[in-house]
Design a protein around this ligand. Structure first.
Ligand code: SF4
Length: 375
């Protein structure tokens, strides 16, 4: 893959943000170091005419030439079978919609193709992202480099706020919520920082084909997503996430020196770190100078006109989040089998790609027939 690097300014004046390219479409497999190889990363640079003073203006993504060694885990849990290393937040939100559907998507590959609406949504995300920073490619030579890119992008977001910026987009986030032994990774669409109030809002962008707000079930999915983001962000602000936890779950060598390209990029950002141990320490220090996320919400945008349909604030309910999280981990950790939707949510099956093969749906239909035959 060709390597594109655009000269960026110094960190205090022109902040740089970095990101793993595969985060852009929230694809787990593309980003999981055990599921796919990598070769380079792209870095966004502040050449955008829309770039505002103090805004994030540089972004790094990765290409796929590096081939890490496979780490085979013999456990039978779905977590190890399908998501070795970590889960994506989107795994949990899809599970919230229908766990059986999620399971089919993991076990019956190739049945679902990317739909135009997904592509348009991805394009709109990219468009918004490019309004605050440009991209530069950076070569990666190890898993450690790939995760370094994520950490650099987080540092860029924080540095942007500390230097007068008010918006950060596509900010990586990760953690092990509620002290469970499961690592979660996500990508926050937008953080808005108010320096006067010293407050941070989190906004998720969702595109809609229709000019109307989504159903209650969809809103519930979105609420779970942003609650998880807030939980992981706040955990870092409170110093609850430890380096050892990250290194253990991601099987990273924190002492390994950055690859050449990462090293030179980090020094251009005036970062003295030479390995993840130092960079993570830097990240934690910066995060702990921030404040917890004050409010969370979802912006719904019409995909054709790009008009905002509505801005819906959601309530953060940690007790409910923990309850759901524990329940969903039951599936991932092999405590129980996947379950489909209940009868009241059977409308979801009408648009499900797996409806024709779904055993859960067949059994529920049989149950209904039996019940009706008795009445
Ligand atoms: Fe879930 Fe219904 Fe699809 Fe089965 S058919 S996977 S129960 S949505």
């Amino acid at each position: 893959m060709s390597l594109v690097e655009i000269e960026c300014g110094s960190l205090p004046k022109r902040l740089k943000k970095v990101r793993n390219a595969s985060d852009a479409n929230h694809s787990h497999n593309a980003c999981n170091p055990r599921s796919q190889g990598y070769s380079s990363e792209s870095l966004l640079n502040s050449q955008s005419s829309n770039t505002k003073p103090g805004s994030l203006d540089c972004f790094i993504t990765c290409d796929n030439s590096y081939n890490p060694e496979e780490s085979v885990n013999d456990k039978n849990w779905p977590l190890y079978q399908f998501r070795p290393g970590y889960l994506w937040v989107s795994d949990l939100t899809r599970q919230h919609w229908c766990e059986q559907q999620l399971h089919y998507s993991l076990t019956v590959p190739g049945l679902v193709e990317e739909k135009p609406v997904m592509t348009q949504g991805t394009n709109l995300h990219l468009e918004r992202e490019l309004a605050v920073h440009d991209i530069v490619d950076v070569k990666v030579t190890s898993n450690e480099d790939i995760w370094t890119i994520k950490v650099l992008n987080m540092i860029n977001a924080i540095a942007g706020f500390m230097n007068g910026g008010s918006i950060a987009r596509e900010v990586p986030i990760f953690g092990a919520p509620f002290e469970k032994d499961v690592f979660i990774v996500g990508l926050i669409d937008e953080l808005r920082f108010d320096p006067k109030e010293f407050s941070i809002e989190l906004w998720e962008l969702k595109t809609r084909m229709r000019k109307s707000l989504p159903s209650k079930a969809q809103c519930s999915q979105h609420q779970l997503q942003i609650m998880l983001y807030k939980k992981m962000f706040d955990d870092m602000v409170k110093g609850l996430l430890k380096k050892d936890t990250i290194a253990k779950h991601l099987c990273l060598d924190f002492q390994k020196e950055f690859g050449e390209d990462i090293q030179s990029h980090a020094s251009r950002l005036f970062l003295s770190s030479t390995n993840l141990e130092e960079l993570m320490e830097d990240l934690f220090t910066r995060m702990q100078c921030l404040t917890c996320i004050q409010s969370i919400g979802v912006e719904y945008v019409h995909q054709d006109t790009k008009e905002t349909i509505g801005m819906k604030r959601e309530v953060y309910n940690e007790t409910e989040l923990q309850r759901l999280y524990n329940h969903y981990l039951g599936f991932w950790c092999g405590d129980r089998k996947a379950v489909g939707v209940e009868i009241e949510d059977a409308w979801k099956c009408q648009s499900c790609d797996y409806a024709d093969i779904c055993e859960w749906r067949r059994l529920k239909a049989e149950e209904c027939v039996q019940k009706n035959s008795k009445t």
